[in-house]
Design a protein around this ligand. Structure first.
Ligand code: HEM
Length: 256
């Protein structure tokens, strides 16, 4: 043994085991999948808000996602493919995040006490993220499964019928609040973790970043709520014709 150690030292080798790089890699993968999903949601809620500009605008966006710019009339299969990719990233992100959940109630209580004692707002943010992430695991899965398996049922009337007549509005309300808070807290923590905008004055830049993230999160919440109210209103007005599809005004004009 002693002789082996001397030989290893002479050869410049060490008997100490190397620290595993796997946790760092998993951490990076969690940040990367989170960033992809947050970017997706930023655009998703804007596209969804097209309903605020009128039914024709939402119809045009739906057709764009169905690929009508390169296939005559488009096909819902493209929405299904996109949904399956997002679903896979969503599941991977949730799996990676599960590693960081407290393992027991006692561990959770210790974390809460720590957050309260230290008045540590970043720990509070972590708790918000864990709770909203847990909610999204269920709510997001229901939504993704529906758009994945019924991509043909998206449009000004089809979506509003689902939201109002199929009673999806409570689910969308909870999903909207949890996804916007989760993404806002997540993006803020990512910026802090990797020090993206630290610049020469990290302390004041971090305070600025916090303010900007808060403003953007509030804008998204308001925009999402207004869109949801609009889908509910259209669904309510359309309830007697449930299932009937929207015909854009240009096509109605052509028919006349
Ligand atoms: C490719 C995947 C997705 C597609 C095609 C899609 C499509 C849609 C559509 C068409 C609506 C309008 C309501 C309806 O038709 O049921 C909607 C609403 C919504 N989606 Fe998605 N979605 C996708 C992924 C996600 C994900 C991953 C989340 C978050 C986890 C999400 C969160 C929401 C929320 C919160 C609303 C309600 C928005 C509002 O009314 O303000 N979606 N989505």
């Amino acid at each position: 043994m002693f002789r082996d150690n001397i030989v290893e030292s002479l050869l410049g080798k060490t008997t100490q085991k190397r620290k595993s790089r796997i946790p760092a890699k998993l951490d990076f993968l969690q940040s990367a999948t989170g960033l992809i999903l947050a970017t997706f949601i930023l655009f998703h809620l804007i596209f969804e808000a097209s309903i605020l500009l009128g039914k024709d605008s939402m119809y045009a966006i739906t057709k764009m996602f169905e690929g009508d710019f390169f296939i005559e009339g488009g096909s819902p299969i493209f929405i299904s493919v996109l949904a399956s990719i997002i679903f896979a990233i969503f599941i991977l992100h949730a799996l990676l995040a599960m590693r960081k959940f407290p393992n027991s109630y006692r561990e959770y209580l210790r974390l809460r006490t720590h957050a309260k004692l230290m008045k540590h707002s970043d720990t509070n943010l972590w708790i918000i993220q864990a709770i909203t992430g847990f909610m999204m695991f269920f709510l997001g899965s229901v939504h993704l499964y529906i758009v994945w398996t019924q991509p043909q049922n998206i449009g000004p009337f089809a979506s509003s019928d689902r939201v109002y007549s199929d009673m999806f509005y409570p689910l969308y309300f909870m999903l909207l609040v949890s996804v916007v808070l989760h993404a806002g807290a997540g993006v803020y923590r990512l910026i802090m973790k990797w020090g993206w905008f630290d610049g020469k004055n990290p302390k004041s830049n971090r305070v600025k970043t916090r303010k900007i993230v808060k403003v953007v999160t509030t804008i998204y919440l308001i925009m999402g709520l207004l869109s949801l109210i609009t889908y509910i209103k259209i669904g309510y007005e359309h309830k007697s014709e449930y299932g009937k599809r929207y015909v854009p005004t240009t096509e109605v004009r052509d028919e006349n």
